[in-house]
Design a protein around this ligand. Structure first.
Ligand code: NDP
Length: 344
Protein backbone atom coordinates (compact mmCIF):
# COMPACT_ATOMS: atom_id res chain seq x y z
CA UNK A 1 0.00 0.00 0.00
CA UNK A 2 1.23 3.52 -0.86
CA UNK A 3 2.37 5.83 1.94
CA UNK A 4 0.51 8.76 0.40
CA UNK A 5 -2.50 8.74 -1.95
CA UNK A 6 -1.33 9.90 -5.33
CA UNK A 7 -4.45 10.32 -7.48
CA UNK A 8 -6.75 13.14 -6.30
CA UNK A 9 -10.36 12.85 -7.45
CA UNK A 10 -13.22 15.29 -7.64
CA UNK A 11 -16.82 14.23 -7.94
CA UNK A 12 -18.88 16.03 -10.58
CA UNK A 13 -22.41 15.50 -9.29
CA UNK A 14 -23.83 15.08 -5.78
CA UNK A 15 -25.72 12.03 -6.97
CA UNK A 16 -27.14 8.92 -5.41
CA UNK A 17 -24.57 6.62 -7.06
CA UNK A 18 -21.68 8.83 -5.93
CA UNK A 19 -22.97 8.73 -2.37
CA UNK A 20 -23.95 5.05 -2.29
CA UNK A 21 -21.15 3.41 -4.26
CA UNK A 22 -18.50 5.46 -6.00
CA UNK A 23 -17.15 7.59 -3.16
CA UNK A 24 -16.34 4.37 -1.30
CA UNK A 25 -15.04 2.63 -4.44
CA UNK A 26 -12.61 5.46 -5.15
CA UNK A 27 -11.60 5.96 -1.52
CA UNK A 28 -10.84 2.28 -0.89
CA UNK A 29 -8.16 2.29 -3.60
CA UNK A 30 -4.76 2.76 -1.94
CA UNK A 31 -3.64 5.32 -4.54
CA UNK A 32 -6.82 7.41 -4.58
CA UNK A 33 -8.63 9.94 -2.48
CA UNK A 34 -11.66 12.17 -3.08
CA UNK A 35 -10.80 15.82 -2.42
CA UNK A 36 -13.79 17.77 -3.75
CA UNK A 37 -17.29 17.71 -5.19
CA UNK A 38 -18.99 19.95 -7.75
CA UNK A 39 -22.74 20.39 -7.34
CA UNK A 40 -25.35 22.93 -8.36
CA UNK A 41 -26.74 22.87 -4.82
CA UNK A 42 -25.13 24.38 -1.68
CA UNK A 43 -27.30 22.06 0.39
CA UNK A 44 -26.08 18.91 -1.35
CA UNK A 45 -22.50 20.22 -1.21
CA UNK A 46 -22.73 20.69 2.56
CA UNK A 47 -24.32 17.26 2.94
CA UNK A 48 -21.59 15.52 0.90
CA UNK A 49 -18.92 17.34 2.89
CA UNK A 50 -20.46 16.40 6.22
CA UNK A 51 -21.55 12.85 5.42
CA UNK A 52 -18.61 11.68 3.31
CA UNK A 53 -15.81 13.78 4.79
CA UNK A 54 -14.97 15.47 1.47
CA UNK A 55 -12.74 18.48 2.12
CA UNK A 56 -14.48 21.04 -0.13
CA UNK A 57 -17.33 21.57 -2.54
CA UNK A 58 -17.79 23.98 -5.43
CA UNK A 59 -20.86 25.32 -7.18
CA UNK A 60 -18.83 26.70 -10.13
CA UNK A 61 -17.40 24.12 -12.52
CA UNK A 62 -14.48 26.32 -13.62
CA UNK A 63 -13.36 26.90 -10.03
CA UNK A 64 -13.66 23.16 -9.29
CA UNK A 65 -11.60 22.23 -12.36
CA UNK A 66 -9.01 24.95 -11.70
CA UNK A 67 -7.85 23.17 -8.55
CA UNK A 68 -4.25 22.18 -9.43
CA UNK A 69 -4.44 19.34 -6.89
CA UNK A 70 -7.14 17.60 -8.93
CA UNK A 71 -6.02 14.72 -11.17
CA UNK A 72 -9.25 12.91 -12.08
CA UNK A 73 -13.01 13.40 -12.02
CA UNK A 74 -15.95 11.04 -11.68
CA UNK A 75 -19.05 12.38 -13.49
CA UNK A 76 -22.44 11.15 -12.28
CA UNK A 77 -24.79 13.99 -13.09
CA UNK A 78 -27.98 13.53 -15.09
CA UNK A 79 -27.29 12.27 -18.61
CA UNK A 80 -27.79 15.64 -20.32
CA UNK A 81 -24.82 17.14 -18.42
CA UNK A 82 -22.23 14.45 -19.20
CA UNK A 83 -21.05 15.90 -22.52
CA UNK A 84 -20.35 19.47 -21.41
CA UNK A 85 -18.71 18.28 -18.20
CA UNK A 86 -16.46 15.79 -20.00
CA UNK A 87 -15.42 18.49 -22.49
CA UNK A 88 -14.60 20.93 -19.68
CA UNK A 89 -12.68 18.33 -17.67
CA UNK A 90 -10.68 17.26 -20.75
CA UNK A 91 -9.83 20.88 -21.46
CA UNK A 92 -8.59 21.19 -17.88
CA UNK A 93 -6.39 18.11 -18.38
CA UNK A 94 -8.24 15.85 -15.91
CA UNK A 95 -8.67 12.11 -16.40
CA UNK A 96 -12.37 11.18 -16.54
CA UNK A 97 -14.56 8.33 -15.38
CA UNK A 98 -18.05 9.13 -16.70
CA UNK A 99 -21.36 7.47 -16.03
CA UNK A 100 -23.41 5.72 -18.65
CA UNK A 101 -25.01 6.60 -20.96
CA UNK A 102 -21.92 8.48 -22.03
CA UNK A 103 -24.07 11.15 -23.71
CA UNK A 104 -27.53 11.79 -25.11
CA UNK A 105 -26.45 11.71 -28.79
CA UNK A 106 -23.85 9.75 -30.69
CA UNK A 107 -22.41 12.97 -32.11
CA UNK A 108 -21.76 14.23 -28.57
CA UNK A 109 -20.20 10.91 -27.56
CA UNK A 110 -17.86 11.01 -30.57
CA UNK A 111 -16.87 14.57 -29.70
CA UNK A 112 -16.15 13.53 -26.10
CA UNK A 113 -13.92 10.65 -27.20
CA UNK A 114 -12.08 12.93 -29.64
CA UNK A 115 -11.62 15.69 -27.03
CA UNK A 116 -10.12 13.31 -24.47
CA UNK A 117 -7.80 11.73 -27.05
CA UNK A 118 -6.73 15.24 -28.09
CA UNK A 119 -6.12 16.25 -24.46
CA UNK A 120 -4.18 13.07 -23.70
CA UNK A 121 -6.43 12.11 -20.79
CA UNK A 122 -8.14 8.79 -20.02
CA UNK A 123 -11.90 8.58 -20.63
CA UNK A 124 -13.69 5.57 -19.12
CA UNK A 125 -17.39 4.71 -18.93
CA UNK A 126 -18.88 3.18 -15.79
CA UNK A 127 -20.46 0.12 -17.40
CA UNK A 128 -20.11 -1.84 -14.18
CA UNK A 129 -21.69 -5.15 -15.24
CA UNK A 130 -18.46 -6.10 -17.05
CA UNK A 131 -16.80 -6.01 -13.66
CA UNK A 132 -19.29 -8.27 -11.89
CA UNK A 133 -17.94 -11.73 -11.07
CA UNK A 134 -21.23 -13.14 -12.41
CA UNK A 135 -20.79 -11.64 -15.87
CA UNK A 136 -17.05 -12.32 -15.96
CA UNK A 137 -17.88 -15.95 -15.19
CA UNK A 138 -20.50 -16.09 -17.96
CA UNK A 139 -18.02 -14.65 -20.47
CA UNK A 140 -15.37 -17.18 -19.39
CA UNK A 141 -17.83 -20.06 -19.90
CA UNK A 142 -18.83 -18.79 -23.36
CA UNK A 143 -15.16 -18.37 -24.31
CA UNK A 144 -14.30 -21.87 -23.03
CA UNK A 145 -16.60 -23.41 -25.65
CA UNK A 146 -18.47 -25.50 -23.08
CA UNK A 147 -21.91 -24.48 -24.37
CA UNK A 148 -20.85 -24.79 -28.02
CA UNK A 149 -21.84 -22.13 -30.53
CA UNK A 150 -24.11 -19.48 -29.05
CA UNK A 151 -27.44 -19.34 -30.87
CA UNK A 152 -29.55 -17.05 -28.68
CA UNK A 153 -29.71 -15.05 -25.47
CA UNK A 154 -32.22 -13.27 -23.30
CA UNK A 155 -31.82 -10.37 -20.86
CA UNK A 156 -34.59 -9.53 -18.39
CA UNK A 157 -33.58 -6.23 -16.82
CA UNK A 158 -36.94 -5.90 -15.11
CA UNK A 159 -37.04 -3.78 -11.98
CA UNK A 160 -39.26 -1.57 -9.87
CA UNK A 161 -37.70 1.88 -9.51
CA UNK A 162 -37.46 3.13 -5.90
CA UNK A 163 -38.68 6.71 -5.38
CA UNK A 164 -35.16 8.17 -5.02
CA UNK A 165 -34.22 6.83 -8.47
CA UNK A 166 -37.57 7.36 -10.18
CA UNK A 167 -37.50 11.19 -10.38
CA UNK A 168 -35.92 12.19 -13.71
CA UNK A 169 -35.68 8.59 -14.94
CA UNK A 170 -39.45 8.62 -15.39
CA UNK A 171 -40.33 12.29 -15.71
CA UNK A 172 -37.91 14.15 -17.89
CA UNK A 173 -36.98 13.09 -21.43
CA UNK A 174 -34.58 16.05 -21.69
CA UNK A 175 -32.46 14.43 -18.94
CA UNK A 176 -32.60 10.99 -20.56
CA UNK A 177 -35.67 9.39 -19.02
CA UNK A 178 -36.74 5.87 -19.98
CA UNK A 179 -35.36 2.37 -19.94
CA UNK A 180 -33.31 2.58 -23.16
CA UNK A 181 -30.66 4.97 -21.83
CA UNK A 182 -30.88 3.54 -18.32
CA UNK A 183 -31.09 -0.25 -18.65
CA UNK A 184 -30.83 -1.30 -22.32
CA UNK A 185 -27.51 0.51 -22.64
CA UNK A 186 -26.14 -1.80 -19.89
CA UNK A 187 -27.54 -4.88 -21.68
CA UNK A 188 -25.82 -3.92 -24.90
CA UNK A 189 -22.50 -3.12 -23.27
CA UNK A 190 -22.62 -6.51 -21.55
CA UNK A 191 -23.53 -8.32 -24.78
CA UNK A 192 -20.66 -6.57 -26.59
CA UNK A 193 -18.41 -7.71 -23.73
CA UNK A 194 -19.64 -11.33 -23.95
CA UNK A 195 -19.54 -11.65 -27.74
CA UNK A 196 -16.77 -9.23 -28.68
CA UNK A 197 -18.72 -7.51 -31.41
CA UNK A 198 -21.70 -5.32 -32.16
CA UNK A 199 -25.11 -6.53 -33.35
CA UNK A 200 -26.08 -6.02 -36.98
CA UNK A 201 -29.77 -5.13 -36.65
CA UNK A 202 -32.50 -4.35 -34.13
CA UNK A 203 -36.25 -4.15 -33.94
CA UNK A 204 -38.78 -4.16 -31.11
CA UNK A 205 -41.73 -2.66 -29.34
CA UNK A 206 -41.64 0.05 -26.67
CA UNK A 207 -44.49 1.11 -24.42
CA UNK A 208 -45.34 3.78 -21.91
CA UNK A 209 -47.07 1.55 -19.40
CA UNK A 210 -46.89 3.11 -15.92
CA UNK A 211 -49.83 5.24 -14.84
CA UNK A 212 -47.43 8.03 -13.75
CA UNK A 213 -45.05 7.79 -16.70
CA UNK A 214 -45.40 10.74 -19.11
CA UNK A 215 -46.51 9.71 -22.59
CA UNK A 216 -43.49 9.22 -24.83
CA UNK A 217 -41.18 8.00 -22.06
CA UNK A 218 -40.64 4.29 -22.72
CA UNK A 219 -40.72 2.39 -19.42
CA UNK A 220 -41.32 -1.11 -20.82
CA UNK A 221 -39.50 -2.29 -23.95
CA UNK A 222 -38.54 -5.44 -25.77
CA UNK A 223 -35.73 -5.09 -28.26
CA UNK A 224 -34.68 -7.93 -30.54
CA UNK A 225 -31.12 -8.00 -31.82
CA UNK A 226 -29.23 -10.08 -34.34
CA UNK A 227 -25.55 -10.51 -33.61
CA UNK A 228 -23.13 -11.88 -36.24
CA UNK A 229 -23.23 -15.67 -36.56
CA UNK A 230 -27.06 -15.76 -36.47
CA UNK A 231 -27.28 -15.11 -32.75
CA UNK A 232 -30.74 -13.88 -31.73
CA UNK A 233 -30.99 -11.79 -28.53
CA UNK A 234 -34.07 -10.49 -26.73
CA UNK A 235 -33.77 -7.70 -24.15
CA UNK A 236 -36.78 -6.99 -21.97
CA UNK A 237 -36.17 -3.81 -19.97
CA UNK A 238 -38.82 -2.48 -17.63
CA UNK A 239 -39.24 -0.13 -14.66
CA UNK A 240 -42.55 -1.81 -13.80
CA UNK A 241 -41.73 -5.25 -12.43
CA UNK A 242 -41.77 -5.35 -8.61
CA UNK A 243 -41.49 -9.10 -8.11
CA UNK A 244 -39.89 -10.58 -11.24
CA UNK A 245 -36.16 -10.17 -10.54
CA UNK A 246 -33.51 -9.97 -13.21
CA UNK A 247 -32.15 -12.75 -15.39
CA UNK A 248 -29.76 -13.60 -18.20
CA UNK A 249 -29.85 -16.72 -20.38
CA UNK A 250 -27.27 -17.71 -22.98
CA UNK A 251 -28.09 -20.71 -25.15
CA UNK A 252 -25.58 -22.70 -27.21
CA UNK A 253 -25.52 -25.85 -29.29
CA UNK A 254 -23.98 -27.85 -26.40
CA UNK A 255 -25.52 -26.18 -23.35
CA UNK A 256 -27.09 -23.18 -21.69
CA UNK A 257 -26.01 -20.66 -19.06
CA UNK A 258 -28.51 -19.04 -16.74
CA UNK A 259 -27.86 -16.13 -14.41
CA UNK A 260 -30.41 -15.32 -11.72
CA UNK A 261 -30.59 -11.86 -10.11
CA UNK A 262 -27.40 -10.68 -11.76
CA UNK A 263 -28.49 -7.35 -13.29
CA UNK A 264 -28.12 -5.09 -10.28
CA UNK A 265 -25.60 -2.73 -8.73
CA UNK A 266 -25.11 -4.93 -5.67
CA UNK A 267 -22.90 -7.99 -6.21
CA UNK A 268 -25.27 -10.93 -5.91
CA UNK A 269 -26.95 -13.73 -7.82
CA UNK A 270 -26.21 -17.21 -9.09
CA UNK A 271 -24.91 -18.66 -12.34
CA UNK A 272 -25.73 -22.17 -13.59
CA UNK A 273 -24.61 -24.21 -16.60
CA UNK A 274 -26.72 -27.00 -18.07
CA UNK A 275 -25.25 -29.50 -20.54
CA UNK A 276 -25.82 -33.18 -21.33
CA UNK A 277 -24.03 -33.89 -18.03
CA UNK A 278 -26.73 -32.07 -16.03
CA UNK A 279 -27.11 -28.71 -14.29
CA UNK A 280 -24.42 -27.33 -12.00
CA UNK A 281 -24.00 -24.09 -10.07
CA UNK A 282 -20.78 -22.20 -10.73
CA UNK A 283 -18.86 -21.11 -7.63
CA UNK A 284 -17.12 -17.75 -7.37
CA UNK A 285 -16.63 -14.98 -4.86
CA UNK A 286 -18.80 -11.91 -5.35
CA UNK A 287 -16.99 -8.56 -5.40
CA UNK A 288 -18.11 -4.95 -5.67
CA UNK A 289 -17.78 -4.22 -9.41
CA UNK A 290 -16.95 -0.55 -8.95
CA UNK A 291 -13.68 -1.47 -7.21
CA UNK A 292 -12.45 -3.06 -10.43
CA UNK A 293 -13.73 -0.05 -12.41
CA UNK A 294 -11.53 2.20 -10.27
CA UNK A 295 -8.45 -0.04 -10.25
CA UNK A 296 -8.56 -0.51 -14.05
CA UNK A 297 -8.99 3.25 -14.42
CA UNK A 298 -5.99 3.98 -12.19
CA UNK A 299 -3.88 1.49 -14.13
CA UNK A 300 -4.93 3.18 -17.39
CA UNK A 301 -3.93 6.59 -15.98
CA UNK A 302 -0.56 5.08 -15.01
CA UNK A 303 -0.13 3.75 -18.56
CA UNK A 304 -0.34 0.15 -17.36
CA UNK A 305 -3.58 -0.97 -19.03
CA UNK A 306 -6.92 0.14 -20.38
CA UNK A 307 -10.19 0.99 -18.58
CA UNK A 308 -12.59 -1.93 -18.18
CA UNK A 309 -15.02 0.06 -20.35
CA UNK A 310 -13.46 2.88 -22.33
CA UNK A 311 -15.01 6.07 -23.66
CA UNK A 312 -15.12 4.29 -27.03
CA UNK A 313 -17.15 1.48 -25.40
CA UNK A 314 -19.52 4.06 -23.93
CA UNK A 315 -20.01 5.68 -27.35
CA UNK A 316 -20.57 2.30 -29.00
CA UNK A 317 -23.16 1.06 -26.50
CA UNK A 318 -24.95 4.42 -26.82
CA UNK A 319 -24.91 4.07 -30.61
CA UNK A 320 -26.75 0.77 -30.26
CA UNK A 321 -29.54 2.04 -28.00
CA UNK A 322 -30.03 5.00 -30.31
CA UNK A 323 -30.51 2.50 -33.15
CA UNK A 324 -33.04 0.70 -30.92
CA UNK A 325 -34.82 3.97 -30.20
CA UNK A 326 -35.13 4.59 -33.94
CA UNK A 327 -36.49 1.05 -34.44
CA UNK A 328 -39.09 1.50 -31.69
CA UNK A 329 -40.14 4.93 -32.97
CA UNK A 330 -40.56 3.85 -36.58
CA UNK A 331 -41.67 0.24 -36.12
CA UNK A 332 -38.96 -0.75 -38.58
CA UNK A 333 -35.89 -2.94 -38.27
CA UNK A 334 -32.75 -0.78 -38.15
CA UNK A 335 -29.69 -2.21 -39.89
CA UNK A 336 -26.86 -1.11 -37.64
CA UNK A 337 -23.76 -1.81 -39.68
CA UNK A 338 -25.32 -0.49 -42.91
CA UNK A 339 -26.65 2.73 -41.41
CA UNK A 340 -24.56 5.78 -42.27
CA UNK A 341 -25.95 7.50 -39.19
CA UNK A 342 -24.48 4.90 -36.86
CA UNK A 343 -21.38 4.08 -38.90
CA UNK A 344 -18.12 4.53 -37.06
P1 NDP B 1 -29.29 11.37 -9.05
O1 NDP B 1 -30.65 11.73 -9.47
O2 NDP B 1 -29.08 10.88 -7.66
O3 NDP B 1 -28.30 12.62 -9.27
C1 NDP B 1 -28.15 13.24 -10.53
C2 NDP B 1 -28.05 14.74 -10.33
O4 NDP B 1 -29.30 15.23 -9.86
C3 NDP B 1 -27.02 15.11 -9.29
O5 NDP B 1 -25.79 15.37 -9.91
C4 NDP B 1 -27.62 16.33 -8.59
O6 NDP B 1 -27.20 17.54 -9.21
C5 NDP B 1 -29.12 16.18 -8.83
N1 NDP B 1 -29.80 15.68 -7.62
C6 NDP B 1 -29.38 14.75 -6.74
N2 NDP B 1 -30.28 14.53 -5.77
C7 NDP B 1 -31.31 15.37 -6.05
C8 NDP B 1 -32.54 15.64 -5.42
N3 NDP B 1 -32.91 15.02 -4.29
N4 NDP B 1 -33.36 16.56 -5.99
C9 NDP B 1 -33.01 17.21 -7.11
N5 NDP B 1 -31.84 16.99 -7.76
C10 NDP B 1 -31.01 16.09 -7.23
O7 NDP B 1 -28.71 10.38 -10.15
P2 NDP B 1 -28.23 8.85 -10.06
O8 NDP B 1 -27.17 8.67 -9.06
O9 NDP B 1 -29.38 7.99 -9.98
O10 NDP B 1 -27.59 8.73 -11.55
C11 NDP B 1 -26.55 9.61 -11.94
C12 NDP B 1 -25.88 9.07 -13.22
O11 NDP B 1 -25.31 7.82 -12.92
C13 NDP B 1 -26.82 8.86 -14.39
O12 NDP B 1 -26.13 9.16 -15.58
C14 NDP B 1 -27.12 7.36 -14.34
O13 NDP B 1 -27.42 6.81 -15.61
C15 NDP B 1 -25.82 6.81 -13.79
N6 NDP B 1 -25.97 5.58 -13.00
C16 NDP B 1 -25.11 4.53 -13.25
C17 NDP B 1 -25.16 3.38 -12.52
C18 NDP B 1 -24.13 2.31 -12.75
O14 NDP B 1 -24.15 1.30 -12.06
N7 NDP B 1 -23.22 2.49 -13.67
C19 NDP B 1 -26.17 3.20 -11.47
C20 NDP B 1 -26.96 4.39 -11.20
C21 NDP B 1 -26.86 5.52 -11.96
P3 NDP B 1 -25.95 18.36 -8.60
O15 NDP B 1 -24.80 17.44 -8.68
O16 NDP B 1 -25.83 19.54 -9.51
O17 NDP B 1 -26.29 18.67 -7.19
Amino acid sequence: MSEKPSLNWGLIGASNIAREWMHEAISQHPDCRVVSVFTSSEERGEAFKADLGIARYYTELDAFLSDPELDAVYISTTNNRHCAEVMAAAKAGKHILCEKPLAMTYEDAEAMVAATVGAGVVLATNHHLRNMETHRTIKAIIDSGEIGDVTSARFSFTVDLPDNLARWRLNDPSLGAGVLLDLTVHDLDTLRYYFGHDPVRVSGIGLTTGADTPEGVLDNTTTVWEFPGKVLVICHDSFLVPYGGTAVEIHGTEGSISGEQILWQKPQGKVYVTTKHGKREINFNHAIPYHRTVSDFVNAVRGKGVPSASGRDGADSLRLVLAAREALATGRTVEISASAKYAR
